[in-house]
Design a protein around this ligand. Structure first.
Ligand SMILES: Cc1cc2nc3c(=O)[nH]c(=O)nc-3n(C[C@H](O)[C@H](O)[C@H](O)COP(=O)(O)OP(=O)(O)OC[C@H]3O[C@@H](n4cnc5c(N)ncnc54)[C@H](O)[C@@H]3O)c2cc1C
Length: 564
């Protein structure tokens, strides 16, 4: 029966974007997984795509962000608690990602001495992570940190043998309890202090050895961290300065557990939670260490090298998660345009909207191509060419994908008009979430400077990748332009420090163009190369594609919900 208060039928609104299989509806992802070495996992990725794109999972994602974590510093009677309470929806997301092994699956082989890493492990995990980020991005922070902590932790064999079995467990255990009593463990990271995040050498937190120190030895930490995400993690890898009076000294990497071996809570005081633009389901705390106990993961003075092992993996994940969020934004935009009519035509059939959406789709193609090629390089790190790609292209991929994503999300949001800007849908959350991936784990300039570091300190590594790109680009007019620009920058080494961003951008465009040219459909590869490398695109989306087969680009990118 019609309500007496209803004045109209709701019409011409797109149906909700939900119950979509995030794997089978994403052709670029499926192709990337197969070509980069993860084809054997299609069945499980298919199932995970169904889980992450379900209406229930998206609802958990919404709830986890609309009910952000709360800090409880003290109990009612004034005793310190230092705990953060999360909404059950956050824990549900964590449980889903842990069950999929996103927090440690690539290291599963370490449970059996002598076993080799499973082929394609990083590519398969990246595909899962890309979809988990679409379900809910904030919980991906502790998931990535736990996975990335393993190579650093392996530097301290005694600590690794104690913690690894917990890290490898897929049963998420949300309890605030000593790690020994838990089914699994979550690991966080603490580098950034008030006086400097990038410049960790300026860290002031002090670590004093208890019994002589050394790798695996116990220290007492006094100081602070300005950002410490996922503060309910079971342990953190942190950097602190060991005074040189104690022997070696210098910036050292430690494992700092939440509980001490005697079952008491370690002296990690949670001062405040950050009030963040996005990433709201994830707690990021300001903390103080008041003679907190920690165990050395690295030799004294080798802390940066140790934690860089971790950061390399989180940088891959920043790119993968950004690519996933870009895909989600694009899928929402195309879905809306397929169902919304303006001036008697579906939005997607309006020529100018077709240009905008196709241009956005090309950025997703590029982001997926770069991220999954990088994941493959991690899988094949025994091969010198793959190792060179991983070294040079980690900062390039992190820079380009995460930076592209920010402008991308604004345009994708606009495709939904006013509906894009309100919190009922996903677009506003995606827009607020995306910039963080460019900022943390090394901001844009820091990535560009890291690329210069490779050129200066490991010229053979850089040359191996650049030669490979040049050979692959040969014969392609537009990719040839990108290579020529790159070459011109490299020929002027005196000015590299001011041109580092241009260098990184050309490397990214050339690399994405080469992968798409070799493996993508020609309508995608041609359009990507002509606009991104050949200079046809503008500073805003929807330019330079009037000659391209935008219909084919969009048909490929459409998430058409009936594919679920
Ligand atoms: C939501 C959130 C959660 C976080 N969680 C954690 C966490 O769990 N653990 C943790 O350790 N940190 C965490 N961080 C901190 C984050 O990693 C740092 O904010 C980031 O590394 C930048 O450091 P900074 O804030 O000190 O800025 P700065 O280091 O001061 O950098 C400011 C700007 O200067 C640029 N810059 C730096 N050096 C140079 C240079 N030589 N030349 C040119 N430009 C330069 C940078 O690119 C940046 O744009 C988190 C941050 C956020 C936003």
């Amino acid at each position: 029966m019609t309500s007496p208060y209803s004045t109209h039928e709701v019409a011409n609104q797109s149906p909700p974007f939900e119950d979509v299989n995030l794997f089978t509806s994403d052709r670029a992802l499926q192709e990337a997984v197969s070509r980069e070495g993860g084809g054997h996992a299609v069945k499980q990725l298919n199932a995970f795509g169904l889980t992450c794109g379900s209406a229930e999972a998206f609802e958990q994602g919404r709830l986890a962000n609309e009910n952000p974590p709360k800090l409880r510093t003290h109990d009612q009677k004034g005793h310190r608690l230092d705990v953060v309470e999360y909404h059950p929806a956050y824990h549900a997301c964590m449980e889903t990602s842990f069950a999929q092994g996103l927090h440690s699956g690539v290291w599963a082989h370490l449970a059996t001495p002598g076993e080799a890493q499973r082929p394609g492990a990083n590519v398969v995990r990246a595909a899962g992570f890309y979809m988990a980020a679409q379900m809910e991005a904030g919980h991906c922070c502790p998931v990535t940190m736990t996975n990335a902590a393993v190579p650093s932790l392996m530097m301290a064999p005694a600590l690794a043998s104690e913690w690894l079995p917990r890290i490898l467990s897929r049963s998420y255990d949300l309890r605030f309890a000593p790690a020994e009593s838990k089914a699994s463990a979550v690991i966080g990271m603490g580098m950034t202090e008030k006086q400097g995040g990038t410049d960790v050498r300026a860290n002031t937190t002090v670590a004093e050895p208890v019994n002589g120190g050394g790798v695996g030895g116990e220290y007492v930490l006094t100081g602070h961290k300005w950002f410490l995400s996922a503060p309910m993690s079971d342990a953190f890898l942190v950097l602190a300065q060991v005074p040189s009076a104690s022997g070696g000294g210098g910036l050292t990497c430690f494992l700092l557990p939440r509980f001490l071996p005697d079952g008491s809570v370690n002296a990690i005081r949670l001062q405040r939670l950050k009030d963040k633009l996005g990433n709201r389901s994830n707690a990021s705390a300001e903390v103080e260490f008041v003679r907190a106990h920690a165990w050395a993961v690295s030799e004294e003075g080798r802390g940066i090298a140790a934690i860089m092992e971790m950061v390399t993996f989180t940088r891959l994940d920043c790119a993968v998660a950004s690519a996933g969020l870009m895909r989600l934004a694009l899928a929402n935009a195309i879905h809306h345009a397929e169902h919304r009519s303006v001036f008697q035509k579906r939005l997607i059939d309006q020529p100018l909207m077709g240009q905008v959406l196709a241009d956005l789709a090309l950025d997703v193609e590029g982001a997926v191509a770069l991220s999954f090629r990088l994941a493959r390089a991690f899988d094949r790190s025994q091969d010198p060419r793959a190792a060179a790609w991983a070294r040079l292209m980690t900062p390039v991929t992190k820079y380009y994908v995460c930076k592209t994503a920010a402008a991308f999300s604004a345009e994708a949001m606009e495709c939904l008009g006013g509906n894009g800007y309100v919190e009922d849908g996903m677009m506003a959350r995606i827009y607020r979430e995306i910039p963080v991936n460019a900022i943390w784990e090394g901001s844009g300039n820091v990535m560009a400077l890291d690329v210069l570091r490779v050129l200066q300190r490991e010229p053979d590594v850089a040359a191996m990748v650049i030669d490979e790109l040049e050979q692959s680009a040969r014969g392609d007019r537009h990719l040839g332009v990108a290579h020529a620009k790159l070459d011109a920058i490299l020929r002027e080494p005196r000015h590299l420090d001011t041109r580092a961003r241009a260098l990184v951008e050309q490397l990214a465009i050339l690399a994405a163009g080469v992968v798409l040219r070799a493996h993508g459909p020609s309508f995608v590869a041609d359009a990507f190369a002509a606009t991104r490398a050949g200079g046809l695109s503008g500073r805003t989306y929807g330019q330079g594609l009037d000659w391209a087969d935008t219909g084919a680009i969009l048909a490929r990118a459409s998430p058409s919900l009936d594919r679920a």
